[in-house]
Design a protein around this ligand. Sequence first.
Ligand SMILES: [Mn+2]
Length: 357
Amino acid sequence: MEMTLRWYGSKFDSVTLEQIRQVPGVKSIITTLYDTKPGEAWKLEDIRALKAEVEAAGLKIAGIESVNIHDAIKIGTPDREEYIENYITTLERLGQEDIHMVCYNFMPVFDWTRTELARKRPDGSTVLAYNQAAVDAINPEEMFNSINGDSNGFVMPGWEPERMARVKELFEMYKDVDDEKLFENLKYFLERIMPTCDKYDINMAIHPDDPAWSVFGLPRIIINKENILRMMKMVDNPHNGVTFCSGSYGTNLENNLPDMIRSLKGRIHFAHVRNLKFNSPTDFEESAHLSSDGSFDMYELMKALYDIGFDGPIRPDHGRMIWGEVAMPGYGLYDRALGAAYLNGLWEAICKSEGQK
Ligand SMILES: [Mn+2]
């Protein structure tokens, strides 16, 4: 596996490439052109400039998170053709620049959803948290205002103001889209892009829905083993793969995470490994990565990745805000660096106990 950290670009991230370069074992990053809009074809010169900046700092780009999908593609409106063409152009340009992994999601309207971005834990750190009762008590606009007011002035991925200004309109556009329709539209999209992925050897890695159930009545399909295997089979091409995100699939305690990893052998192209602490099945917070700080057995997750021969990029996921750092919630330097060191330690121990040098 290849340990990475997510980086939003020098205009948007409080963490620098120079800092990332000093995290032991991290030689590459996962990044994006954060100011492009879903549906836009990425410019070759922008991709080249990003790559040059990363390489000048002694790092490499291990993949893109994310190239976002325009709502027309998820809804299946006639203008999706134009946006699929643009997506293909972006993939071609990434392939030409030797970038071979693209993370994306297929969640309607919202990306990830949290009810708090700075819940205080007993050790004084603050973390992102989710409480179902709090979601049930508010409407989507209120959710947006609360996320925006809580984000230390950073634009949160998937919660861009331009997008949220259209939240009512978006809900209206999705009113006839149920789970089956969303599966159908995903299949259509994947079938259109697979020839390009084959040509440039680009691994598509769908990120699970977070949380792994419907919020505000919107359809959600990338939520469990049954659905993800259905998706793998419906477009049965090794380039159609997944981002295994433990913190997103793990929101549903019925998901057996090591079993899911083992069932996806050969199709996990990217891994997000983090821990959650459940206070009840419908209230959780993002803990430190360490097993004993949360509810998951992180050794078992890493062991399952080892057992299936996982060799793609991996990253610690959201970190706690600690040591007075001010950063985009979940994306400070310190706790993610601790997470990377811990996951590297688990991996070294597993490799050695399995007899590898
Ligand atoms: Mn994730």
